[in-house]
Design a binder for this molecule. Structure first.
Ligand SMILES: C[S@@+](CC[C@H](N)C(=O)[O-])C[C@H]1O[C@@H](n2cnc3c(N)ncnc32)[C@H](O)[C@@H]1O
Length: 697
């Protein structure tokens, strides 16, 4: 471990993640000493209170800032994991549904693209390969993890959201069917989320339907923290402790653990302390305590009280008591005895994630493979310093995931963790394995885990899974999802005029991801006309894959339309027509799409069809001059030119047209025609679109 003292990333000073905007100005309270906090009440009336601001040092030099501030207390000081925070979180996702993603309220590009889907599939394939290897020397481990090709191999995705990642991973697994030893048709990917609104969206998505049909995809409503049984919607059966899976359960969780309940701890001068939170709002009144708008107005207070390491020995976590105690004892020991600057440490504890993983491994007789990406930390030296947790607000809110604690939980239970040590990363990917046998018995207590014991056990155990380690290194560590995210963002933002060659390289790296294509569509369309035939051929080979990879979430990004323009640009008018037609069918009819189709028909020497489509364009937008002049030109050539309208007729026409609304998705977008001017000659007209709203982009 490094001996330097980097800033504590759970604090408001490190907004490096896309989920982690700068600290909201209302979070003015940083470690308020409890004697300065107004006495907690349960009333929801505004109160005036005094808060203090303390520096993250052990000097006790507290700069007291008196702030008169209105605050509605929504809940008195409470253990963080049982506080109102998490009910508000669930209320947010429940009430917003899929609009969280389609309207870009929740950042998602970084976890929902073709690159990450393929990367996770490769890591899982590495794990599967290891399970076929007789060299897994430990007899008990070999038997407990042995794969049975007659039984389904379940991949349970938790907190799935809109389902875009699921689509990419399942597709990648299917494309690996020749090289993965386990029969891919026996893989059952289960998309789960606690909210019905997401479930209902999956039920209607055309890209998921073929997988449902083949039996490779199932859906379930599943609250990851509280439920102990997964009811498979299509298979009409349940997975539970009583009805466990035949093969080890595989779990995927992206941007979920930061969303599940956490507890707060500090180690100060050798003492372990629990952080209690009082949830409040800066608004004058809060009649609805589950109104997601409260999140934007959080005004929370914290206080800290001494506790023992057996904190979780009672209640719902009692059966994991020894494991949780080992982890807390490890932090107390590490930061209590290894704190030369006496600055203490602040530790977020992902108790919700640990409960979820306890329930899921119980459904598979204690075996599990888990891969998870989130904003978080696995380097404990990042926890140094005493400060309140930073709650990042981005529509909903999130906390930094302590992947170190999740790894420690697996190690304590006889498994191991693989972490990517990279520190500057918005998305940290970690992988965990539980083999179903506990190498260190509960009776051995805390001692074997103290100090470097935990890391040593981890390393020893992971050596038995060389292919998993190799795949994790190749697809998560050497160049992983975060690196891909940074690279595409950098090519977009740091290079004013990227070359087509570099964009093609990026598209290949990202497995022809539609969002990346959409982001670079102008570069592609502007340069393809003058590109070498080799480069053009490379693009032509890849572009159909963009469409295969397209998982529609919203109508803002008309990918089919842009592909149509691409083919128009390279004079492949038949293909252009195909994609313009798809655009009309999927996104909706648009006057520019019909106009571009008219141009295609004209170029294909089909003037009658061309005229029809120019006319359709005018029907949708009577003021669209380009379609009008093209229609006149084509009619002239066909000899079907209409007599000129009188001025009076013209006025009448304009009036009625102005009243006739179209059902086009983007018909009123004023940017459309502007973009068109630049590229119309080369690639047909541009329609669409509001600015790229891909979050984390
Ligand atoms: C930030 S989103 C991440 C969605 C998706 N995994 C992604 O990467 O875009 C968090 C998801 O977790 C779900 N969620 C929140 N609390 C949950 C719980 N207790 N159990 C299951 N899902 C939950 C929300 O409905 C939402 O879909």
């Amino acid at each position: 471990m490094s001996s330097s003292v980097p800033p504590n990333p759970i604090l408001s000073t490190t907004p490096s993640s896309p989920l982690c905007p700068p600290a909201a100005p209302f979070l003015i309270s940083e470690v308020p000493p409890s004697h300065l906090i107004s006495s907690a009440s349960t009333s929801s009336k505004p109160s005036t209170h005094v808060v203090s601001k303390s520096k993250p040092s052990s000097t006790d030099e507290e700069e007291i800032i008196k702030v008169e501030k209105t605050r509605v207390e929504l809940e008195t000081f409470t253990q963080c994991s049982s506080s109102l925070l998490w009910k508000l979180m669930m209320s947010f996702y429940d009430r917003k549904g899929v609009s969280s993603w389609s309207q870009g309220i929740v950042p998602h590009f970084i976890t929902c693209n073709a690159f990450i889907g393929r990367a996770y599939a490769k890591v899982l394939a590495g794990f599967i390969e290891d399970l076929y290897d007789a060299k897994l020397t430990n007899e008990r481990l070999t038997n407990s993890m042995k794969l049975n090709p007659e039984q389904p191999l379940y991949i349970i995705e938790l907190g799935t959201g809109a389902g875009k990642f699921s689509f990419f991973m399942l597709k990648a697994l299917n494309e690996m069917r020749e090289t993965v030893r386990f029969p891919v048709e026996k893989i059952v990917y289960v998309m789960t989320d606690f909210t019905e609104s997401n479930f209902n969206f999956w039920m209607t998505h055309p890209m998921l339907a073929p997988y449902v049909e083949s039996g490779q995809l199932d859906f379930a409503i599943f609250d990851a923290v509280n439920d102990t049984k997964i009811d498979l919607h299509f298979a009409k059966k349940s997975i539970s402790r009583e009805n466990p899976t035949g093969n080890p359960i595989c779990v995927v969780a992206n941007y979920l653990f930061d969303t599940l309940c956490h507890d707060i701890f500090q180690v100060k001068e050798g003492d372990l302390k629990e952080g209690l939170i009082s949830v409040g709002s800066s608004r004058k009144e809060e009649p609805d305590p589950l109104d997601p708008e409260i999140i934007k107005n959080f005004n929370n207070l914290y206080k800290y009280e001494n506790i023992e390491t057996n904190y979780y020995s009672d209640g719902e976590d009692a059966d994991d008591g020894i494991h949780l105690e080992r982890i807390l004892a490890w932090y107390k020991d590490y930061f209590g005895n290894n704190d030369p600057s006496e600055i203490g440490a602040s530790v977020l504890f992902p108790i919700g994630a640990l409960r979820a993983l306890k329930h899921l491994s119980a459904m598979s007789t204690g075996r599990a493979f888990v891969i998870s990406g989130d904003k978080g930390n696995n380097n404990v030296d990042q926890f140094r310093g005493l400060m309140d947790p930073h709650i990042a607000v981005h529509g909903s809110f999130s906390l930094m995931v302590n992947y170190h604690a999740i790894g420690a939980y697996f190690t304590s239970r006889g498994g191991f963790a693989l972490h990517n040590p990279q520190e500057e990363a918005s998305l940290k990917v970690s992988c965990f394995v539980l083999p179903g046998v506990n190498n260190v018995g509960d009776e051995e207590g805390v001692a074997p885990f103290m100090g470097e014991g935990m890391e040593r056990l981890d390393t020893e155990r992971s050596r038995k899974f060389p292919r998993l380690r190799q795949a994790f290194n190749d697809y998560a560590e050497s160049f992983g999802p975060n690196d891909f995210f940074i690279m595409q963002k950098s090519v977009k933002e740091d290079a004013p005029n990227p070359t087509l060659k570099s964009v093609v390289a990026l598209l290949k790296l990202g497995d022809w991801d539609p969002d990346v294509f959409y982001k670079f569509r102008d570069t592609i369309l502007n340069q393809v006309g003058t590109a070498s035939s080799k480069l053009r051929n490379d693009l032509c080979r890849g572009i159909p894959r963009i469409w295969e990879n397209y998982y529609q979430l919203d109508k803002e990004k008309d990918v089919a339309f842009e592909i149509g323009r691409f083919f128009y640009g390279i004079r492949d008018f038949a293909k252009a027509l195909r994609y313009y037609t798809i655009s009309s069918e999927t996104i909706g009819e648009h006057h520019v799409t019909f106009h571009n189709m008219g141009l295609c028909f004209y170029s294909l020497h089909m003037p009658q069809d061309a005229a029809e489509h120019f006319q359709k364009s005018i029907n949708l937008n009577a003021n669209y001059a380009k379609a009008q002049s093209w229609l006149q030109k084509v009619q002239k050539e066909l000899g079907t030119e209409k007599p000129k309208e009188t001025d009076a007729e013209k006025v009448k026409g304009e009036k009625s047209d102005a009243g006739g609304e179209t059902n086009s998705a983007n018909n009123n977008n004023p940017d459309k025609e502007l973009k068109v001017e630049e590229i119309t000659e080369q690639v047909g007209e541009a329609t669409v679109t509001s600015e790229d709203n891909t979050q984390a982009s």
